[in-house]
Ligand binder design. Structure first.
Ligand code: XMP
Length: 473
């Protein structure tokens, strides 16, 4: 046995020592970064490939915010391909398959759909044709059993756009300004619904932030395991996936290395590989062709790997170790797991990560898969580790495997977490906090942050002091 002389550190063990700021405003800070050797993002945040975090809806919000969503693989190939297609069909501002309601439904039905999907208005259809729209205001003071047909704003009285060819965003701005509405359906000459545009999405367009492929579609990542990697990867690429993630709990393994080599030989796409936590693992995955490395063994909020196996490396040290190798090859590190705040992201970037992957931070958002439940007057969403018993049992179902669930040893928890509203708002808050972090470090870019960063280790008193304000709220 060998005992490593170094102490493994994580986010709560250190603080960034403030540095002289010579540039003043946070506006000068750029969060631009590399996800892989060839893909640049405007923000250093991607969403976790977990089935309670990233489906098409969250992937769309992530790409629109300048990051990227990585679709989970705990479904059939056809289902994952379907999610890729949904993201690629979405333009950066037109919702191509908005939630709709039919005119024979009731106000109670509309309220229930609103509650489940968190949308505040729907185009109303009759035999597939647009006949009106119901927004929040149409539902005010109405009884649950009133018919949608009686409360909706009828087609003749509403604002809509008949699509000629492509509609430029400026045209929508004009219409929103003139009519002061929040949503505009788009129809063809026969009143078939083609999509819907919201004032909020058009307003967000100006920031030029969205992550787009060369054809203008939003970028999306998709994960594969090792078992059906070849078949799944080919189908995902055909559907338009922009990057693949080979994602295995213990990525420093023969299975991942050989899968990575085979896929890189056969396919023309960038591949992220993981998860790992050591320099030896980084070296091996990079020489097998990885275009980015996902780092994190056990730091995640629902991970029990370290308890079950006694294995892992504290996350800040894992990022530092792997970055020390990967930087020589220009391969970016993704710090995956354990991120709770923008301060944690700043520390991960300072230690060598180019992006972070977050699960729990986004699991409570509207766009994360799964229904919102109400308990004791508060809203919650379900969040689970992908090695939890229930996720394993879903996987056995999808694989139609005859493996016995009682043989599975779970390495993840499942829990309900508070509902926190829109993912775009959560991301915007994180990025605002991150820009403040950069200004405290006197850095206008991630490279400068990494160069300037000096970390001080915390005593238990120092840690208490950092958290004291939160406790006394
Ligand atoms: P956060 O802290 O953002 O972490 O919720 C998300 C990351 O956690 C990892 N993950 C797991 N790790 N058992 C584990 O040991 C699990 O069941 C599990 N599920 C997810 C994963 O890397 C994810 O991105």
């Amino acid at each position: 046995m060998k005992v490593h002389p170094e102490v493994g550190l994580s986010f709560d063990d250190v603080l960034l020592i403030p540095k002289r700021n010579s540039f003043g405003s946070r506006k000068k800070v750029s969060l631009k970064t590399k996800l892989t050797k060839g893909i640049t993002l405007n923000i250093p945040i991607i969403s976790a490939n977990m089935d309670t975090v990233t489906g098409a809806r969250l992937a769309i919000a992530m790409a629109q915010s300048g990051g990227m969503g990585i679709l989970h693989r705990f479904n059939t190939i056809e289902e994952e391909v379907g999610e890729v297609r949904k993201v690629k069909r979405q333009s950066s501002y037109i919702i191509k398959d908005p939630y709709t309601i039919t005119k024979d439904k009731t106000v109670g039905d509309a309220r229930a759909i609103s509650q489940i999907y968190g949308v505040s208005g729907f185009p109303v259809l009759d035999e597939g044709k647009l006949v009106g729209i119901v927004t929040e205001r149409d539902l005010w003071f109405q009884k649950d059993d009133s018919l949608i047909a009686d409360v909706m704003t009828k087609k003749n009285d509403m604002v809509l756009i008949e699509q000629e060819k492509t509609i430029k965003p400026e045209k929508f701005v004009e219409v929103f300004k003139k009519h002061k509405v929040e949503k505009i359906p788009i129809i063809d000459k026969k009143s078939n619904l083609l999509g819907m545009v919201t004032a909020k999405d058009i307003a967000n367009l100006g920031n030029g932030h969205a992550t787009k492929s060369s054809d203008g579609s939003l970028m999306v990542g998709a994960s594969v395991g090792v078992k059906d990697a070849a078949k799944r990867s080919e189908a995902l690429i055909k559907a338009g996936a922009d990057v693949l993630v080979i994602d295995i709990a213990h990525g420093h393994s023969e299975a991942v290395v050989s899968t990575l080599k085979t896929l890189k030989r056969k396919l023309d796409i960038e591949i992220i590989a993981g998860n790992i936590a050591t320099s030896a693992a980084a070296e091996e995955l990079i020489s097998a062709g990885a275009d980015a490395i996902k780092v994190g063994i056990g730091p995640g909020s629902v991970c029990t790997t370290r308890l079950v196996t006694g294995s892992g490396v504290p996350q800040l040290t894992a990022i530092e170790w792997t970055h020390n190798v990967a930087q020589h090859y220009g391969v970016p590190i993704i710090g995956d797991g354990g991120i709770r705040t923008s301060g944690d992201i700043a520390k991960a970037l300072a230690a060598g990560a180019s992006t972070v992957m977050v699960g729990k931070v986004l699991g409570g958002t509207e766009e994360a898969p799964g229904a919102t439940i109400i308990r004791g007057g508060r809203k919650y969403k379900f969040y689970r580790g992908m090695s939890s018993i229930s996720a394993n049992s879903k996987k056995l179902e999808v694989d139609q495997s005859d493996f016995d669930i009682s043989d599975v040893v779970g390495e993840g928890n499942e829990t309900f977490i508070p509902y926190i509203g829109s993912a775009k708002e959560v991301i915007s808050q994180l990025c605002g906090g991150l820009k403040s972090a950069f200004s405290y470090s006197g850095a206008t870019s991630i490279l400068e942050l990494r160069k300037n960063a000096e970390l001080i280790r915390l005593s238990s008193g120092g840690l208490r002091e950092s958290y004291a304000k939160l406790d006394s709220d």
